[in-house]
Each structure stands twice: as structure tokens, then as C-alpha cells.
Design a protein around this ligand. Structure first.
Ligand SMILES: Nc1ncnc2c1ncn2[C@@H]1O[C@H](COP(=O)(O)OP(=O)(O)OP(=O)(O)O)[C@@H](O)[C@H]1O
Length: 249
């Protein structure tokens, strides 16, 4: 489990996050949702430690991360897998080298063991045998799969996905969501997915945290979205006609 307490962040005189508190659970994806520019990625970066919050605490299971000693932070970081917005593969590296990268940087495993682990992860995301392909030869959905394989290659306890569906068609998006859901359940990871994709909310939104202009305005599951009683949340969720019809039924 990951807990955040009273996270504040400003850039200059622009306040982005104003006291966000919440919990992210093991075994089911946790979604951070909200309109564009509302602070979702900044919150994720504060949780991962890529941006230091101005105030507040992040706890990984029982360990306080924000003010922790460098060694503790490094140890926690080793257990984090990250799927970046856009995939962020190295264009000049093969699929195998991309997936192997965290093992090359973080471990002293012998090469043969690393390759075994890479093959296991590629198989898990449906890309067995694609080791020698270059990113330029892959579709958008395949690139995301490579990104997911890389995020889990280090047996991560914590998995963070920033807009995993950006740039994908609706069907491929569902496949990627299902893969994230399955991996989360199978390996019992604490998974946080940042998204503004309503299909993801309806598909895998077991735990949802809704951000609005730097505040957490609602938290709940997809089964509770019609009864939030929060106008800003309703405006976000029921912005399109299909969702409005769903609400009326
Ligand atoms: N390093 C930074 N320096 C200054 N401002 C930043 C920085 N990072 C983000 N911001 C600002 O913080 C605000 C929130 O950005 P953030 O990327 O978290 O939004 P978001 O909710 O993830 O949006 P989107 O869904 O479009 O990705 C934006 O106004 C952005 O310009």
C-alpha cells in the first residue's frame, strides 16, 4: 500500500497541489483521474520522488519516503516500475535491451539470467520472440507492452503508469488496461494509473481518486460514480452524451 498525506506543490507562485491525502491499495489498479492540467502527473512525480513536494509525506508500506535517508530511497526506487507517458523507449536500443535496461542499471545479475527474465516478461505481455525488433518497427500498442515489460522486469512491488492509453485506439487501450489489471492482480502490486480516459475508469476503476484544480474532490469505485454528489466530478465524468445516457438509466 502507498499512503500520501497532505501533499502540497507549487511552481513559483502557481499552486498545483493543495493538500492531497489518499491511499493506494495492493492488487487492484488505483486510478488518479481529472481534467488536463489539474496536477495528476505532478502528484505521481511527487509520489515517485521525481519532484519533491513542498509539504507532506509519502509512505511506501511502512516506510516514509519523502524524508528518508538516501539508501532507503534507493531501496524503494528499486521496487518501482514506471510506464512513462508515450512509452519512453530508447529508440537506438532493441526491445530486449530496452526491457533489460533496469536490470543493467540496478542489478549485478549475470547476462544469461537477465535475458531469461526479459524473455519471461516479454512473454507475459504477449511479445515473446520480439527481442531483436527496434522500437521504430513496433505499433503504438506494442511499444506500450514493451514499456510494461520493462516496468515489471525488476519484479516491482509498485507500478506507476502515466497515461498508458495516450495515442492508442479504443480497442488497444482496453487490451493495455486489461494487461495492467491482470499484472496487478497476479503479482499483487500497488499500481497507480494516471488517466483521463473514461473507458479506463469504467473498465478498471476499482479505486479512483479524482483531482480538481489541485484538490482531491472525490474518491470511490466505478460502481459509485453515479452517486458522487460532487458537481465537478459529474461534469468531468458525464461530459459526453453516452455517459449522460448511462447515468439516466
Ligand atoms: N516542472 C514544472 N515546472 C513548472 N510547472 C509545471 C511543471 N510540471 C508541471 N507544471 C504545471 O503543473 C500543472 C499541472 O500539470 P500536470 O502535468 O500534473 O497536469 P495533468 O493533470 O497531468 O495534465 P494532463 O492530463 O494534460 O497530462 C500544469 O499547469 C503544468 O504546466
Amino acid at each position: 500500500m502507498i499512503k500520501i498525506e497532505n501533499i502540497h506543490k507549487s511552481f513559483g507562485d502557481k499552486t498545483i497541489l493543495e493538500g492531497i491525502t489518499g491511499e493506494f491499495y495492493k492488487g487492484k489498479p488505483n486510478l488518479i483521474i481529472g481534467a488536463s492540467g489539474t496536477g495528476k502527473s505532478v502528484l505521481l512525480k511527487c509520489i515517485v520522488g521525481l519532484i519533491p513536494p513542498d509539504q507532506g509525506h509519502v509512505y511506501y508500506d511502512d516506510l516514509e519516503f519523502t524524508g528518508a535517508h538516501r539508501d532507503t530511497k534507493t531501496e524503494i526506487r528499486r521496487q518501482i516500475g514506471m510506464l512513462f507517458q508515450g512509452g519512453a523507449l530508447f529508440d537506438s536500443k532493441t526491445v530486449e535491451e530496452n526491457v533489460r535496461f533496469p536490470l543493467d542499471v540496478l542489478t549485478k545479475m549475470p547476462l544469461s539470467e537477465k535475458v531469461d527474465r526479459v524473455n519471461f516478461c516479454l512473454e507475459r505481455v504477449g511479445l515473446a520472440g520480439q527481442n531483436d525488433k527496434m522500437p521504430s518497427e513496433l505499433s503504438g500498442g506494442m511499444k506500450k507492452r514493451v514499456g510494461i515489460a520493462r516496468a515489471i522486469v525488476n519484479s516491482s512491488k509498485y507500478l506507476f503508469c502515466d497515461e498508458p492509453n495516450s495515442g492508442l485506439d479504443p480497442q488497444t487501450s482496453i487490451l493495455i488496461d486489461d494487461l495492467i489489471m491482470d499484472i496487478t492482480e497476479e503479482y499483487n502490486t500497488t499500481t497507480i494509473v494516471v488517466t483521463h480516459d473514461m473507458n479506463s475508469v469504467l473498465g478498471i476503476g476499482e479505486h479512483i481518486l479524482f483531482l480538481y484544480q489541485g484538490h482531491k474532490l472525490w474518491q470511490g469505485s466505478k460502481d459509485e460514480i453515479t452517486e458522487s454528489g460532487v458537481k465537478e466530478f459529474d461534469d468531468f465524468v458525464f461530459a459526453n452524451k453516452v455517459m449522460q445516457r448511462l447515468k439516466r438509466n
